[in-house]
Design a protein around this ligand. Structure first.
Ligand code: URA
Length: 188
């Protein structure tokens, strides 16, 4: 078993925070562990909790479309969340839940070592890039974090709620493709 699988097996039985009481499945992450590009969302929703896979509901279908726009698909990237268990009624994960869960994401980042990280939405950007991240002002900007380049985009669920944000996301996707062509050896 490789290291990521080992961590995954441990994560699947995690009871380190109260979110474990409500979950159907732990949602660890999917995709290519060798990928140079990792997407990080906030936490599982209802469909993800049922299926044990990130971004499989309506927001996930939009994420698939976003990937297709830049000639990628989910088999070529890695997708994970800040918290691995669904918060009740899809509320934002609490600070203490994020802290308790953080070592799983840190292990994923250490093992996968992506060159590029895309945070989907404010919660992921605040957890990964900087705690006072302002998604409306700072989406699409690149930040250097621990040897990787990271940016945030609007969360696909926000794009479903507010279509007026889509043109900005299109610009961010083009910036992502340009940066991936610049720094990644295996994506394009
Ligand atoms: N929203 C997220 O942030 N992550 C998922 O996996 C699904 C919806």
């Amino acid at each position: 078993m490789d290291r990521l699988d080992e961590i995954r097996q441990k994560c699947l039985v995690c009871r380190e925070c109260p979110l474990c009481r409500y979950r159907t499945n732990v949602v660890f992450g999917v995709g290519d562990p060798e990928s140079e590009l990792m997407f990080i969302g906030e936490g599982p929703g209802e469909n993800e909790d049922k299926q044990g896979e990130p971004f499989v509901g309506a927001a996930g279908r939009l994420l698939d479309d976003m990937l297709e726009m830049i000639d990628l698909d989910r088999s070529r990237v890695y997708i994970a969340n800040v918290v691995k268990c669904r918060p009740p009624r899809n509320r934002d994960p609490l600070g203490e839940e994020q802290s308790a869960c953080r070592h799983w994401l840190n292990s994923q980042l250490e093992i996968i070592r992506p060159k590029l990280i895309v945070c989907l939405g404010r919660i992921a950007a605040a957890a990964v890039i900087k705690s006072d991240f302002k998604i409306t002002r700072e989406h699409g900007l690149w930040f250097d974090i621990d040897g990787a380049r990271a940016m945030a985009m609007y969360h696909p669920a926000a794009l479903l709620r507010d279509e007026s944000k889509r043109p900005e996301t299109f610009v961010d996707l083009r910036a992502l493709r340009a940066e991936a062509k610049r720094v990644c050896e295996h994506l394009y």
